[in-house]
Design a protein around this ligand. Sequence first.
Ligand SMILES: [Zn+2]
Length: 78
Amino acid sequence: MNFKKCLRCGCFFASEDSVCPSCQTKDEIDKNSIRNYLANNDTPQNAESLAFQSGVSIKNINRFMETKEFSPLKNSFK
Ligand SMILES: [Zn+2]
């Protein structure tokens, strides 16, 4: 079993995921905030603006943009 450091809270946990189980829930809430924002608004010009508008931290947005679902955002940002 590998121990990994959670990218969100920094705790150590045993899993193949990049965030710990309690942060996975928070990640889902944040992703839903972004999905909801993007579904109802034009895509902001940059990640800072999206963070401000959606209430999700820039750090987490940058992390989500490494995932398949949110990677297209990178092309939308100037
Ligand atoms: Zn965590």
